[in-house]
Write a protein that binds this ligand. Structure first.
Ligand code: PMP
Length: 360
């Protein structure tokens, strides 16, 4: 028997998530993973690497709770928000029986995690403006244990309407968890649902240090929820999900000084985003620039795959979103440094715009 045949059926069929890093490329302008463009320096202070780390490092939990305006029993820390996505499926979904729901175009890991565990994906596309189709969701909630809503949404860039989220939370009360993935919320902090946790026992919020905190390489994320949910997740989490150096640096990033530095980075990125959007609007091959509450912008491009390839060959690496439903011809651009944005715009200016015959 071949090794391949030994694998679980759903794993054999699985198309793995193609992360920006796995896609490769020989770039020097990396605008494809929504990272912060420059490195923030940290020194390790904990030297006790002979010992196992705490499962849930107390200082990290306390500091995140304070930062989020919650209490420590509302907080779980994990190896990135990606691990939080998976823990929810492991704790709440019976393989072959329960389902998750998500609304494309959106982040790719919800389906990959569900498929890995043999959990059905109920897929309800968003409306034309990328907001939730609540009636369609309501019609398909049977057997759904977890709904993932990315807000602000990756890759489209906008917050989900709060009234739709309220309607969804009412529809799902007592039956289904609603998970708001707030990976990019620091770029639009007014949109957070943390204050709703006291009203909705089935609301869960995902956060990360990978974006505004500039620590994608650290692999540290948070799940915020009511204590009952957190306790269940703690049953299925690995005994030592975070290494000692990760907890050390995460605690520093969440100090008052660390949070102030994060807010400054957000202001700087928001500034760069505005400059980039204005420049893109003057660029012939860019048909549309979509509004963004995040550290990336989605654009509709004439001859998108040619443009993507040409920039790739010049070392400017973007993320092609053309394969996602309703995103034909769309590329996602992470906000880089000023210089990187200028290089990108200069390269895009060289690309042909639509021919007169192609214009509608
Ligand atoms: N959710 C969304 C919407 C994301 O874009 C990402 C990062 N690509 C994640 C979750 C995962 O973040 P982390 O790096 O914390 O695993």
């Amino acid at each position: 028997m071949s090794i391949e045949a030994l694998a679980r059926d759903n794993v054999r069929k699985l198309v793995p998530y193609l992360s920006a890093r796995r896609l490769g490329g020989n770039g020097d302008v990396w605008l494809n993973a929504n990272e912060y463009p420059t490195a923030v320096e940290f020194q390790l202070t904990a030297q006790t690497l002979n010992r196992y780390p705490e499962c849930q490092p107390q200082q990290v939990i306390e500091r995140y709770a304070r930062y989020a305006g919650l209490t420590p029993d509302n907080v779980l820390v994990s190896r990135g928000a990606d691990e939080g996505i998976e823990l929810l499926i492991r704790a709440f979904c019976e393989p072959g029986q329960d389902a998750i729901m998500y609304c494309p175009p959106t982040y790719g890991m919800y389906s990959v995690s569900a498929e890995t565990f043999g959990v059905e994906c109920r897929v309800v596309p968003t409306l034309a403006d990328w907001q939730l189709d609540i009636p369609a969701m309501a019609a398909q909630l049977d057997g759904v244990k977890v709904v993932y809503i990315c807000s602000p949404n990756n890759p489209t860039g906008q917050l989900i309407n709060p009234q739709d989220l309220r309607d969804l939370l009412e529809l799902t009360r007592g039956k289904t968890l609603v998970v708001a993935d707030e990976a990019y919320i620091e770029f639009c902090p007014q949109g957070t649902l943390t204050t709703w946790l006291s009203t909705y026992p089935h609301l869960v919020i995902l956060r990360t240090l990978s974006k505004a905190f500039a620590l994608a390489g650290l692999r540290c994320g948070f799940t915020l929820a009511n204590p009952e949910v957190i306790s269940l997740l703690l049953k299925v989490i690995a005994p030592y999900p975070l290494s000692t150096p990760v907890a050390d640096i995460a605690a520093q990033a969440l100090s008052e000084q660390g949070i102030a530095a994060m807010r400054q980075r957000v202001a700087e990125m928001t500034d760069n985003r505005q400059g980039l959007i204005e420049a893109l609007q003057q660029t012939p091959c860019i048909e549309q620039v979509f509004a963004s509450d995040t550290n990336y912008v989605l654009v509709k491009v004439t001859h998108a795959s040619d443009v993507f390839k040409s920039l790739w060959d010049q070392g400017i690496i973007l993320r092609d979103q053309s394969k996602q439903p309703s995103l034909q011809g769309c590329l996602r651009i992470s906000i880089g440094t000023r210089t990187e944005c200028q290089r990108l715009v200069a390269a895009l200016q060289q690309q042909p715009g639509p021919q007169p015959t192609e214009k509608q």
